[in-house]
Design a protein around this ligand. Structure first.
Ligand SMILES: NC(=O)c1ccc[n+]([C@@H]2O[C@H](COP(=O)([O-])OP(=O)(O)OC[C@H]3O[C@@H](n4cnc5c(N)ncnc54)[C@H](OP(=O)(O)O)[C@@H]3O)[C@@H](O)[C@H]2O)c1
Length: 255
């Protein structure tokens, strides 16, 4: 039996990149997975099709997080998908992965950009989790995707790094709060991963890739499935005694 058989997971921002890899991995491990996306319905449907073809179970859920009514939209769209798959309304695993980058130094950060990254990366994570609490089963998992840039100074994306620093604090406090219910709360902090978020400067640029690889002790750029593996550990029964902390999934960047 797969380790997550009978469990339900909600992964935000799962139509591409790291979120897609997490959705595919949790489904391969046996969970029914709700694949949230913001704009790209075709990509989300492709993720669901890939999971289904591989023998897993998933459905797509549209909600643009960080906008007015986002959490209402997300949870309203979740229920029909759960019913269609004969699943109860409770969930076991929430992965707050949806996020936007902002590779800008302090001089050029505008109030609008600051508000946008905080709305998606921090505010939506907070209120999605708040809404999930009443339907998260005891013994469940909350896993937030943060960044190595809260450990490693990264002024090139200062506001972005701050959005994730707030999540570090959120995770610490929430793990204490939810401990009595046996719910663990943790972060997975990726380093540089080959996704669309880094496509502009990384893909097809051998020098940039070599430089990025050189930052990691393990000597290469990370892949989405590297991050998904750490998430799968936390989601599994083997992760039961780990809470309130961060798994550094940077390949040992800037040790
Ligand atoms: N890539 C890295 O190097 C790296 C490093 C450290 C941390 N991270 C973190 O890892 C997470 C995933 O990053 P990624 O590189 O996989 O990003 P990505 O390739 O840009 O994919 C972003 C995903 O999030 C969704 N999304 C974006 N804005 C959303 C919103 N407002 N509401 C709901 N979904 C939204 C997108 O859906 P649509 O396709 O519908 O737009 C897409 O599925 C983020 O939290 C990011 O901060 C990434």
């Amino acid at each position: 039996m797969a380790t997550l058989e009978g469990k339900t997971a909600l992964v935000t921002g799962a139509s591409r990149g790291i979120g897609r890899a997490i959705a595919e991995r949790l489904a391969a491990d046996g969970a029914l997975v709700a694949v949230n996306y913001a704009r790209d319905e075709a990509a989300a449907k492709e993720v669901v099709a890939a999971i289904t073809t591989a023998g897993g179970r998933a459905f797509a859920v549209q909600a643009r997080l960080g906008t007015e009514g986002d959490v209402d939209t997300l949870f309203a769209a979740l229920d029909p998908g759960l019913r269609e798959h004969g699943a109860a309304r409770e969930i076991d695993i929430l992965v707050n992965n949806a996020g936007v980058g902002a590779a800008i130094t302090i001089e050029d950060v505008t109030p609008a950009l600051y508000d946008e990254v905080f709305a998606v990366n921090t505010r939506a994570t907070f209120f999605t989790t708040q809404r999930a609490l009443s339907r998260l089963r005891d013994g469940g998992r909350i896993i937030n995707i943060t960044t190595g840039a809260t450990r490693i100074a990264f002024p090139e994306a200062i506001a972005y790094a701050m959005t994730k620093g707030a999540i570090d604090t959120f995770t610490l406090a929430l793990a204490q709060h939810l401990g009595p219910r046996g719910i663990t709360v943790n972060n997975v902090a990726p380093g540089i991963i080959d996704t669309d978020m880094n496509a502009d400067w990384l893909r097809g640029n051998a020098d940039a890739e070599a430089h990025a690889a050189s930052r990691a002790a393990l000597g290469r750029v990370g892949r989405p499935d590297d991050v998904a593996a750490a998430v799968a550990f936390l989601a599994s029964a083997d992760g039961r005694w780990v809470t309130g902390t961060t798994i550094d999934a940077t390949g040992g960047s800037h040790l």
